[in-house]
Design a protein around this ligand. Structure first.
Ligand code: ADE
Length: 262
């Protein structure tokens, strides 16, 4: 998979992504990431890439021309016209499903905004797909671009080793992951749940699934909207709810009622 980042701060992106698992995947040839400095494409004599917004208002906007020139240079060099993503709080929420979808692309361009954003015409000409990494405003699009490259790359075959493979992790099947433990068996008086030491794989699997259900109920009940629950899941949740009601209502006010069970 090939990523091209159009940015005013290429070193930030390359330093951020060049380490750890993504860095290893780049060195092993599963990914390429190049970062192109939009400022290199300005024809303005002082090297400016931004200007005041028409109609007034606070801040500056990135101009369309250096952005378009940088993209067109990339297309000319590669002989291709890859899909463009623009990172903005106004975009579609970038979640695990979006990461999976985008991982099917062979090549992606991510345009990072700065200042108050970019001239709308650049987005129109690039037919950019807009993505947000969450409901907060960052100072630029570089961190969102890095977040997206990381999450998309994990889905690319070969990037994760078998050990790191993310088949049973959070958001798979729209549930959060169960709690995990490693050695020692007792740490500062806290014991690893007995069942994990039992060697009974079927029981361990059921316990983990139940923990995923509880954790999702406690922390992200909204995820149940998309979750596929089995008969056993429903049975567990029903029993949990009944035991809570028997005990006189929610033990922990943070735990939601969970999904609607028919
Ligand atoms: N640029 C600034 N804030 C952002 C956000 N939350 N998501 C994506 N791009 C952004």
């Amino acid at each position: 998979m090939h990523f091209h980042i159009l940015t005013l701060f290429p070193e930030m992106v390359l330093h951020g992504l060049g380490t750890s698992i993504i860095g290893r995947a780049m060195r092993d040839g599963f990914l390429t990431v190049d970062a192109r400095n939009i400022r290199d494409y300005t024809t303005e004599k002082h090297g400016h890439v931004d200007d005041y917004p028409y109609g007034g208002g606070a801040g500056m906007l990135m101009q369309a021309d250096p952005i378009m020139r940088s993209y067109r240079a990339l297309c000319e060099e590669t002989g291709r016209k890859p899909k463009v993503i623009y990172t903005t709080p106004q975009g579609r929420l970038f979640d695990q499903n979006a990461a999976k979808e985008l991982a099917k692309e062979e090549e992606l361009v991510i345009l990072c905004g700065h200042y108050e954003g970019v001239d709308e015409r650049a987005l129109e000409l690039l037919e950019a797909e807009c993505y947000s990494i969450g409901d907060y405003v960052l100072t630029g699009g570089e961190l969102p671009a890095m977040v997206m490259v990381d999450a998309i790359s994990r889905m690319v075959p070969g990037v994760l080793s078998n050990k790191e493979s993310g088949e049973t992790e959070s958001f798979e099947g729209s549930l959060l992951e169960y709690p995990q433990y490693t050695r020692p068996e007792i740490y500062e008086g806290l014991r690893v749940p007995e069942i994990l030491l039992s060697g009974d794989h079927a029981k361990v699997d059921r316990w983990r699934r139940d923990q995923s259900l509880l954790r999702t109920m406690e922390r992200r009940p909204d995820l149940f909207e998309k979750a596929e629950l089995t008969k056993e899941d429903r049975k567990f949740l029903k029993a949990f709810r009944e035991s809570r009601e028997d005990a006189g209502g929610p033990k922990n006010a943070c735990i939601s009622d969970g999904p609607v069970l028919n």
